[in-house]
Every structure is written in structure tokens, then in C-alpha cells.
Design a protein around this ligand. Structure first.
Ligand code: NAP
Ligand code: MG
Length: 483
């Protein structure tokens, strides 16, 4: 089996030191391929290529926005052409459901079309100034963008960062998570076929602590867009400050999902369970703190237990599967540790699912769905991001208490509110400090709207109009009209 390579300056190359790492299918523990494990020397080559392509062209501020739009539209078309291949790779790499992977790929095709449109629409402004002067405010790409992505939505995170970065005229060095490098490499193949010039998009694979760190500290990189843990995000933000890199941080969450007694309850219970168990709980916006109004507390738990009991663990390629494995054995161990903490905390274990029975999946990293009831918001399982299928149900007496519990968290990524009372829905949406609030829904994050976190869930916004602005600098050109 030959190892995957790095994509630098439009060419597939082996890492300088020739190291590799095994890439395993998390549903079976079997090896799917070996992957190049690059080092800082490889980052340097990728940054040099990206830097040159930005500073001297043909990408960067001197490129024609129409060319950028055309190439990104073409990439969208090629992603649609290859959607099944990409989704299959994603399922093998990340363990997610094939049907979900197809949706992710479709969203990535969309996001390339969406930001292709923006390439020709990043207008500046002409503010009114003194009569003998004129001010032009123009927007220019920020430079070389270092994109560092996680393993839970590999192609989606890569696409949602790469599309606005390239549309703005930035050049890119992308580092995918070590567990899930495959679809980022495919994106490089597709962008080259779409006509993207050499050096505009580079992909380096290798360990975050060394190769990822080299992107963060490299003086040739102007901006870091990172999605992952809050712990690493804080470290990157500190290090990026040494060279005053711009940073966009999409970090962890412990999102409240508030169910009021007057909601459409059958849908609220079903979607509250979905909000925790979707993507096996490996979701930064997961609604893991399920807040339930006292009067419906017992029925809510029974209903959500029924939904959890209907979950079928298995290989994401199997159509009957409704939940895949954890990404790795070490992440499974982390989630299991939290489950033990929950069992010792005084919370009531209301449901514990079964592991898959198939012998072929014995080597997979499965954790069954878990529901803890009678959780106190101060317990570890209500405060820390578990990133697995573990629900914490917390009762509340009234709207004020629901808001207070929701906001009593270091995180502020997302929240869901279930009610038929319009005024209450709006009041609670405004009062909860989170970057996304769903009313009578959970989890959708369309690429047209901004996405990001309050508090320790991040900094800046991706997607929507904010997404392209985060790759642009404003420049003020002032003309003296006297004489
Ligand atoms: P992580 O360590 O934050 O990794 C995210 C990305 O950052 C990966 O590409 C990783 O590379 C890279 N990285 C790690 N250390 C780095 C460093 N010092 N400098 C530059 N890049 C670095 O996340 P994880 O270990 O995969 O997951 C741990 C926890 O993070 C999860 O349990 C979950 O709570 C949270 N998480 C959140 C999200 C989200 O969407 N917000 C996504 C994933 C995980 P390697 O893969 O090579 O380590
Ligand atoms: Mg993998």
C-alpha cells in the first residue's frame, strides 16, 4: 500500500523526512491506508509556495475576481460529480453515516458556489470626507491563510474554510486532522482539475503538535482559521499573537436545548435526542444539556429514552445504521471516562444502549447512547464537552431558571428553544448567550448564515457574509484633490 502524499505548489510530493502514519477505519479498527506524516520542513515549503502565489500571482490581490469565481464554480461542479466517492471516503475515514456524508459533500459543493458568487461582490465604500479630499475603502485578501480542521466534519470544515479563503484571493495551507485526512487531499485534486493555479491551495498532513504548530508560528502565514478543541484554540491564539496573525476560532460547546411544556412535544423529544446523538455526538453544536420544564419532566425522559433505544450502532456504510463509532480508541476512552464520572456524580442513568453485535465490528470504537437524568448544571457532565452520545437532562421551573442555567457555562456556541409561544421563543433566544439559537429545531447550520461562538466557544464568525470578510483586510486610500 502506498502512502498518500502532500499537495504542495500544485504537485503531489512525499514529506521531506518520509514519515507515515496508519489511517484506520473507526468502525472496524482496520487500516484503510497509510498517510504522509509531514513535519515543519514540509510546512515551510507549502508556505513558500502559497506566499509566492499570493505576492507574485497568479492568485492573490492581482487575480481577476471573475477568474476566481469561475474556478470555484467549476470546483463545485466537480465535487457534485464525485459526491459518492467523496462521501464513501469520508465514511471510511471518520465513521459517520454515509447518508450524512453525502449531505456534507452536497453542502461543500454549495459553499463553493456560494463563495464563487461573493468573489465579485466584496465591494468597498467611499465615505464622505472633506470636499478637497476623497477616501476610497477597498477590500484586499489578508494573505496566506493557514486552515486547521478537525475530524468530526472533515470535508465540510475544509470546504467551508477553503471556499471563502480562495474566493477572497487568499492562498491556502490546509492541515486536516490526522484521523481524517482523505477528503482534504481529494479537495486538492478537485481544485487542481478545476483550474486553480499551482501554489494557491496546499495540503499538508501530519501531527498537530509539530506540523500544525509550524503553520501557527510561521512568519509567512497571515491568518489562522481553526476548528477544534478550546484548549488547542487558546494555545494557537496565544502563539499567533507573536506574529499578529488574524485568527478565527471555532471551538467547543455545551449547548442547552430548552423544552417548554407548550412545545410540539413529540417533535421536541425526537429532535432533542437527535441533537445529542447526531454524528454520534461528535458535534460542537450538540445540544447535550437538555433542559426540560418540570411539568413534563418524566414524560420527556421516557420519550427520549425511546428514541435512544431505537438507535442502531454500526458501520456508517450499512443503511440500517443510525449511529457510527467514535473517531478513535483514545477518544472512546475519553468518552467512557466521562460516562464513569456521570455514574459517580449522583445523576441517574436513565438509559444505556447496547454495543453492536456483529463480529466484524468488534475492533470498532463504539460507545452506545447514554442518557443521564436529574443532572445538576454544576456536575462535570453538564460543564465539560464530552463529544460523544451522552445526554444530560436538567429540570427547570420557569423561563428565568432555564435562561440562567443555559448561560451558566463557559461555552456559548449554540442553543435550541422548543415552544409554541412566540414571545417566549424570542425572549429566550435573545437572552441566551450563544452564536446560534434554533427555535423549534436543532443542528442545521446553513452556509449562508454566520456561524461561531460567544464566550469560550470561539472568536470571529465563519460562513455567510462574515465568512468572506474574515479573509479580507480593509485598505483606506486617501486622495488629496487640492492643486
Ligand atoms: P484538537 O486537538 O483541537 O485538534 C483539531 C485540529 O488541530 C487537528 O487538525 C489537530 O491535528 C490540530 N492541532 C492539534 N494541536 C495543535 C497545535 N498545537 N497546533 C496546531 N494545530 C494543532 O481536537 P482533537 O484532539 O481532535 O479533539 C479533542 C476534543 O476537541 C474533542 O473531544 C472535542 O471536545 C473537541 N473538538 C471540537 C471540535 C469542534 O468542531 N469544535 C472538533 C473536534 C474536536 P491532529 O489531528 O494532527 O492532532
Ligand atoms: Mg481516519
Amino acid at each position: 500500500m502506498t502512502a498518500t502524499q502532500l499537495f504542495i505548489d500544485g504537485t503531489w510530493v512525499d514529506p521531506v523526512a518520509g514519515e507515515t502514519r496508519d489511517n484506520l477505519n473507526p468502525a472496524t479498527g482496520e487500516m484503510i491506508t497509510t498517510v504522509a506524516a509531514g513535519a515543519p520542513a514540509d510546512v515551510d515549503l507549502a508556505v513558500q509556495a502559497a506566499r509566492r502565489t499570493f505576492d507574485e500571482g497568479p492568485w492573490g490581490p492581482s487575480s481577476d475576481p471573475r477568474d476566481r469565481a469561475r474556478i470555484l464554480h467549476k470546483a463545485a461542479e466537480l465535487i457534485r460529480r464525485d459526491r459518492e466517492l467523496l462521501a464513501k471516503l469520508e465514511t471510511h475515514d471518520a465513521g459517520k453515516l454515509y447518508s450524512d456524508a453525502l449531505e456534507d459533500v452536497d453542502e461543500v459543493a454549495f459553499v463553493f458556489d456560494y463563495y464563487a458568487g461573493w468573489a465579485t461582490k466584496t465591494s468597498g465604500s467611499i465615505p464622505p470626507v472633506a470636499p478637497d479630499t476623497m477616501s476610497l475603502v477597498v477590500k484586499e485578501p489578508v494573505g496566506v491563510a493557514g486552515l486547521i480542521t478537525p475530524w468530526n466534519f472533515p470535508i465540510m470544515m475544509a470546504g467551508q474554510k477553503a471556499a471563502p479563503a480562495l474566493a477572497s484571493g487568499c492562498t491556502v495551507v490546509l492541515k486536516p486532522a490526522s484521523y481524517t485526512p482523505m477528503t482534504a487531499l481529494e479537495l486538492a485534486r478537485i481544485l487542481r482539475e478545476a483550474g486553480l493555479p499551482d501554489g494557491a491551495f496546499n495540503v499538508v498532513t501530519g501531527p498537530g503538535a509539530t506540523l500544525g504548530n509550524a503553520i501557527v508560528t510561521h512568519p509567512g502565514v497571515d491568518k489562522i482559521s481553526f476548528t477544534g478543541s478550546t484548549e488547542v484554540g487558546v494555545q494557537i491564539t496565544k502563539q499567533a499573537a507573536d506574529t499578529m496573525k488574524r485568527v478565527t476560532m471555532e471551538l467547543g460547546g455545551k449547548s442547552p436545548n430548552i423544552v417548554f411544556a407548550d412545545a410540539d412535544l413529540s417533535r421536541a423529544y425526537e429532535m432533542s435526542a437527535f441533537g445529542v446523538f447526531f454524528n454520534q455526538g461528535e458535534c460542537c453544536t450538540a445540544g447535550t444539556r437538555v433542559l426540560v420544564e418540570q411539568s413534563i419532566y418524566d414524560e420527556a425522559i421516557s420519550a427520549m429514552v425511546e428514541h435512544a433505544a431505537a438507535v442502531r450502532l454500526g458501520d456508517g456504510m450499512n443503511e440500517a445504521t443510525t449511529m457510527g463509532p467514535m473517531i478513535s480508541s483514545s477518544h472512546r476512552a475519553t468518552v467512557e471516562r466521562y460516562i464513569d464520572i456521570g455514574k459517580d456524580s449522583g445523576a441517574r442513568l436513565a438509559f444505556e444502549g447496547d454495543l453492536p453485535a456483529e463480529p466484524a465490528l468488534e475492533g470498532g470504537y463504539f460507545v452506545p447512547p447514554m442518557i443521564f437524568a436529574d443532572v445538576d448544571n454544576q456536575m462535570t457532565i453538564a460543564r465539560e464537552e464530552i463529544f460523544g452520545p451522552v445526554m444530560a437532562v436538567i429540570p427547570f421551573a420557569d423561563e428565568d431558571e432555564a435562561i440562567r442555567i443555559s448561560n451558566d457555562s463557559p461555552y456559548g456556541l449554540a442553543a435550541a428553544v422548543w415552544t409554541r409561544n412566540l414571545n417566549q421563543a424570542i425572549r429566550v433566544s435573545r437572552a441566551v448567550r450563544a452564536g446560534t439559537v434554533w427555535i423549534n429545531d436543532s443542528q442545521p447550520a446553513p452556509s449562508e448564515a454566520p456561524f461561531g461562538g460567544f464566550k469560550q466557544s470561539g472568536q470571529g464568525r465563519e460562513l455567510g457574509a462574515s465568512g468572506i470578510d474574515s479573509y479580507l483586510e480593509e485598505k483606506h486610500i486617501m486622495i488629496n484633490l487640492e492643486g
